[in-house]
Design a protein around this ligand. Structure first.
Ligand SMILES: Cc1ncc(COP(=O)(O)O)c(C=O)c1O
Length: 393
């Protein structure tokens, strides 16, 4: 009998991968499937970035690198942060990791243990809650409100802080809602956090460059009172369409960077060397490919929001960022998981039930518009037909 650690029973998962597996199985049976469940850009990595990776391999960069990342990459990260936010960050505080998710895992493991509480957005990226439970800590949800553009309410969040609170996770622009937390709400939150200096903050800003209609991304790096306890999570996956390269970074506070580095040495030693060179090309190269991708998302977003909002029983807010919409489907009479299954099995449209992102996601479905306009239009048509044919509830 194998005897695994009890904590293995605490790990959750990302339903997106399960939906993808079911969608692939249906496609293998010959069904036509449109995947609006995916969480990655449907664009290739820009060619100059791919070329930099190829060149690094040709140049012989085949060995381990420094655990925290090659110096020119960490310098490029610091320069990019200055370009975007006019904020100075020391490259010594940058830890390059194999995908932004790793920063999440490290930060939560660093603070989570039985008796500790960790605040996280709900509905939110499912790995937050999963790893909090895995660490033994108690997950404390911060509800996000459709009526507030899927932001949290700072006063409500601050009221949830107890002497056991160790870490607060913030994600804006957000997965799964596309919501962007407005500056005034962050101002309020940070002002309140000044009364709780024991609470570290993990700010997941991976969608920070995917914004629409002039929505403003406010980096928590801009708040001096947080700098000595802020872990900024970011990376290349979404902005540069590099999910498969497994490359991300975090800016850690001085007091934590050595611990984070030690976790890296214990876990993965360093990041794939060629990917790191590709990462430099991404940050230092032309911005047009990013602008083009975001412009394409913006166009699709308009179309998908209007189309979903017009479906019977659907109500779709206009999200300010990322490439997701999170329509309210309570008017259909279905719960999220049932509608997700109906759409996939009967209409061949893959979406993700809001409950995959936490209990406050009930009544919503996540649609990714990282797919072509034609595919999105066809998916909406299929859903409209299906809803018309389903027995009313
Ligand atoms: C909110 C959020 N943070 C982090 C990640 C992980 O990014 P990476 O692929 O770089 O690990 C994702 C990916 O879906 C995400 O949605």
């Amino acid at each position: 009998m194998l005897h695994m650690a009890a904590r293995m029973g605490m790990l959750g998962t990302e339903t997106a991968f399960e939906v993808l597996a079911r969608a692939n199985a249906l496609a293998a049976e010959g069904r036509s499937i449109i995947n609006l469940g995916i969480g990655q850009p449907d664009f290739p990595t820009p060619e100059h970035i791919v070329e930099a990776g190829r060149k690094a391999l040709a140049d012989g960069h085949h060995g381990y690198t420094a655990a925290n990342g090659i110096p020119p990459l960490r310098a490029a990260v610091a320069a990019d942060i200055f370009r975007r936010h006019r904020i100075e960050v020391s490259p010594d505080l940058v830890l390059v990791v194999p995908g932004a998710k790793v920063t999440m895992f490290f930060a939560i493991l660093m603070f989570g243990e039985p008796g500790a509480e960790i605040l996280y957005p709900n509905p939110g990226f499912p790995i937050y809650e999963s790893v909090i439970r895995f660490s033994g800590a108690t997950p404390v949800p911060m509800p996000l409100y459709e009526s507030a553009g899927f932001s949290f309410r700072a006063d409500e969040v601050l009221a949830k802080i107890t002497p056991r609170t160790r870490l607060m996770i913030i994600n804006s622009p957000a997965n799964p809602t596309g919501g962007v937390v407005p500056r005034h709400e962050l101002d309020r939150l940070v002002a309140g956090l000044e009364r709780h200096p024991q609470v570290a903050v993990l700010s997941d800003e991976i969608y920070g460059e995917i914004l629409y209609d002039g929505a403003e991304h406010v980096s928590l790096l801009g708040y001096p009172s947080l700098r000595d306890r802020l872990i900024l999570l970011d990376g290349w996956s979404k902005t540069y369409a590099m999910t498969g390269w497994r490359l991300g970074y975090a800016v850690w506070p001085e007091a934590l960077i050595r611990h984070a580095e030690r976790l890296a040495i214990n876990c993965h030693s360093c990041v794939n060397a060629a990917a790191q060179f590709a990462g430099i090309a991404a940050l230092e190269g032309p911005r047009e490919p990013v602008a083009r991708m975001v412009a394409a998302f913006a166009e699709r977003r308009k179309m998908v929001v209007a189309a979903l909002d017009g479906l019977p029983g659907f109500r779709c807010a206009n999200p300010g960022g990322a490439f997701y919409t999170f329509p309210n489907i309570t008017g259909t009479g279905f719960d999220a998981r049932t509608l997700q299954a109906e759409l996939l099995e009967k209409a061949g449209v893959a979406t993700i039930a809001g409950t995959s992102f936490g209990e406050f996601g009930e009544g919503y479905l996540r649609f990714s518009y990282a797919n072509s306009r034609e595919a999105i239009a066809e998916a909406i048509e299929r859903i409209r037909n299906l809803l018309g044919n389903l027995p009313s509830r």
